[in-house]
Design a binder for this molecule. Structure first.
Ligand code: DGJ
Length: 562
């Protein structure tokens, strides 16, 4: 892995600006939201989660921490998302056992890793498999959701009062325990409440309690709150909402069953999350199983925190800080962009490991996520072996960890962009604008045959000052243009340097030019590596617009990374 740069002075400036943010006193991690999105603040500094989520059966014993965490620590991952199951910590009602969680926290600390705990309580992927046996067996006390055919499902009903009470109690014990053990050191940064909730099956829960509630009017408070936030409605909710109605059908039309379930899950989760937050106010988020292409509600968990009816959650579950998509489907940009809305901070807790090296650039650069986390990160080695010589998320995280202070500082000021390109993208080039420049990317090709060298490419661009940019990426050839909407000057690459960074200091390894930059015309990002390259500086070669260039610096620098 190599880094390349043009001007180190700018990077040094950014570091000292960040340095001013360092304050001694510890505070509980929190989400800071702004118009540009949101960031996770840890010990008063923005923190970029270079994450990895563990497979479901990889954190169920203490000894797994000893074998798995040291391996993950070598992957430039800084935060591990680990399941904590209700059945694990309360196998016997009222007796709590945190020994496994404690060991994971201790080992993570030793490896200088942070943790996010995933609360597998009443629901995991729609069903209730992680509830303890004493809950599963007592269907009277812990009633099940009922299908349209009248069958009791393997899904705890959201309307079981004892379920909500017991889940809330064990979650609050967990949060209290984490506070007592960890508040000083803050190894644990956030908690996910339940996992990919929603009703699986046609329609909605048809238990007696659910039917009774469904026959009564929509709570006027829900209608009023929704009405006051119509500006934030998704197109789906806008198309269905009728504030003048009374019954669920009248108010939500064809979306009724899904909205009814969303409201019920949101109420239950709010009750559980609020109890936990009272004990330890870590940021709490919900993750969502998104529809596979063509799937209908009920095939995917209906009433989960999908973008469609998310406003129902937002008015019902104020304790939840962040709504997150788990993105396994090909249209990564579409789904992450749907979670980029005012009041949310973007965090992708689960993503496909194989496409993660590309999608990560888009997540941090374009969606300005504070975190990204491929699923089953412990399988990275075997996944990389199977896929051949492509870049891995480890390579990407290595680059991003050297840039994270610069990236975090500029996410807030609209100073970042990201771009993905696939061989089946509708267009062969994609262009993004940042600062006074356009960055036009195509997939890498061989020279002179011009055959495609890769099926995927991606990059992130950070504008570190008016005249300097960092670019990191893979599999792309990038051309630069002055943005003609700014002026009619012409910009060209002046020089390219390979740089590396150690302890915050950049150093030049070599200058690149000639064949390595297509004779100074383009940045060439190798197809099967993720490394950092400088783009050199851009020079105004012609002054066509006197009035505009007068106000501009004569030398434009551009540092790019791949
Ligand atoms: C999404 C779930 O949230 C994870 O726990 C895991 O089951 C993955 N799906 C498996 O692909």
């Amino acid at each position: 892995m190599t880094l390349k740069r043009l001007h180190c002075v700018v990077a040094t400036g950014v570091l000292s600006a960040l340095g001013m943010l360092i304050v001694n006193a510890a505070e509980v991690p929190r989400i800071s939201k702004s118009a540009a999105g949101g960031q996770l603040i840890v010990n008063r500094k923005p923190y970029l989660i270079l994450g990895g989520e563990l497979g479901n059966s990889s954190a169920g014993t203490a000894s797994q921490a000893d074998s798995i965490l040291p391996q993950i620590a070598k992957m430039h991952v800084n935060t591990v998302l680990m399941p904590v199951a209700w059945e694990q910590i309360e196998a016997v009602e009222g007796r709590f056992d945190f020994s496994i969680v404690d060991h994971w926290i201790d080992v993570a600390r030793g490896q200088r890793l942070h943790l996010v705990v995933l609360w597998f309580g009443s629901w995991k992927n729609g069903v209730s498999s992680y509830a303890p046996a004493w809950v599963k067996k007592d269907t009277k006390r812990f009633p099940r959701a009922v299908s349209g055919e009248g069958d009791e499902l393997e899904i705890l009903s959201t309307l079981g009062a004892e379920t909500v009470k017991s889940d809330g109690r064990v979650f609050s014990e967990l949060m209290k325990h984490i506070r007592e053990k960890d508040q000083e050191q803050q190894t644990v940064l956030m908690a996910q409440v339940e996992n990919e909730v929603g009703y699986l099956g046609r329609g909605r829960d048809r238990s007696e309690a659910a039917n009774r509630l469904f026959r009564s009017a929509v709570p006027p408070d829900l209608i009023r709150k929704l009405q006051s936030r119509q500006d934030s409605f998704s197109p789906e909710l806008r198309a269905h909402f009728n504030a003048a109605g009374k019954t669920w059908m009248e108010v939500f039309g064809d979306a009724t069953d899904e909205v009814f379930m969303a409201w019920n899950y949101a109420r239950t989760i709010e009750a559980v999350a609020a109890q936990g937050k009272k004990e330890y106010a870590l940021p709490m988020y919900l993750n969502c199983q998104l529809p596979a292409p063509g799937e209908q509600a009920g095939e995917y968990p209906s009433g989960g925190p999908h973008p469609y009816y998310l406003e129902v959650y937002r008015v019902t579950a104020p304790t939840i800080d962040v709504y997150s998509p788990d993105i396994y489907w090909p249209n990564f940009e579409y789904w992450i962009d749907r979670y980029k809305f005012s009041g949310n901070a973007v965090f992708v807790p689960e993503a496909r490991l194989e496409s993660a090296p590309y999608n990560a650039f888009y997540a941090y650069g374009e969606a300005r996520a504070f975190g990204f986390s491929p699923f089953a990160i412990e399988n990275l080695q075997s996944a990389a072996d199977a896929s051949g010589s492509g870049p891995t998320i480890k390579d990407v995280y290595e680059v991003l960890s050297s840039l994270s202070d610069v990236l975090l500082a500029h996410q807030l000021s609209d100073g970042t962009r990201g771009l993905l390109l696939h061989s089946n993208s509708p267009r062969a080039t994609r262009t993004v604008a940042l600062g006074d420049y356009l960055f036009e990317a195509t997939l890498s090709r061989s020279w002179p045959a011009k055959t495609p060298l890769t099926d995927e490419g991606a990059m992130i661009i950070v504008q570190s000052s008016e005249n300097e940019f960092y670019i990191a990426g893979t599999g792309l050839t990038v051309s630069f243009f002055r943005n003609p909407d700014v002026d009619t000057a012409v910009g060209r690459i002046e020089s390219v340097e390979e740089v590396s960074r150690s302890n915050g200091n950049w150093s030049t390894l070599r200058r690149l030019n000639g064949d390595q930059t297509n004779q100074g015309r383009q940045l060439l990002m190798p197809a099967h590596q993720v490394r950092v390259i400088s783009g050199g500086s851009l020079r105004d070669t012609e002054e066509r617009s006197r009035s505009l260039t007068e106000g501009l610096s004569r030398r434009r620098s551009l540092t790019s990374l791949w």
